[in-house]
Write a protein that binds this ligand. Sequence first.
Ligand code: SF4
Length: 250
Amino acid sequence: MPKAVRPGPSPPKPARAKARKRRARPNPARVDEIFRRLAAERPEPKGELEYVNPYTLLVAVVLSAQATDAGVNKATRGLFKAADSPKKMVALGLVEVEQRIKTIGLYRNKAKNVIALSEKLIAEHGGQVPREREALEALPGVGRKTANVVLNIAFGEPTMAVDTHVFRVAHRLELAAGKTPLEVELGLLKVIPDKYMRHAHHWLILHGRYICQARKPRCDQCVVCDLCNSADKWFDCGPPQYGRAIEAQP
Ligand code: SF4
């Protein structure tokens, strides 16, 4: 009777190969070059939400969930003139806050959160915005992303808030993989060089908002085009050129 032949190792299944690719750490030189260019393009990146102090920044970010920055700014200009501190916001009252932000989606719930978080700031933090993540996330309407934005912009902490733009750009540029914003956040924190962390959040958001757009990425205007291997890239920008000069935006 012929001897049974043991099958050799099976070739990697596509799903496993894909998972391995997902876990592969991005090349540090390529990551450094991507951020060097994004930094050269926008040396002083700024968010687009308007605010006058950490408290109004916090409120603006809470209001910006599922709304555009422009829409939020339109409503907050008047609101912050009337109330730029927790005490003044509580004095303004729920109905008045609702009136002033009613052009923003989900305004009733957001107004409730703004009043509740203002009361909590007065009761537990002397009317100041806390600098600790845990304390921020304990405020009504404040999740991890909002806390990350406030820690980064108001306090200069090297945090990474992952919104839809950052999520998309991180995947297209193979900076971080993951199915959730938290996975992508942790992946980005691992690979972005410390020297870029202060502004990395803004660079990725602005790149996603204006260049690497969801439906039609503007690859022909992208400063990191030659470093991008995304299937969504449609423009042939040649092989990677490390050290390429980039002009700052006016
Ligand atoms: S080349 Fe295109 S897909 Fe790649 S990062 Fe630039 S804009 Fe996005």
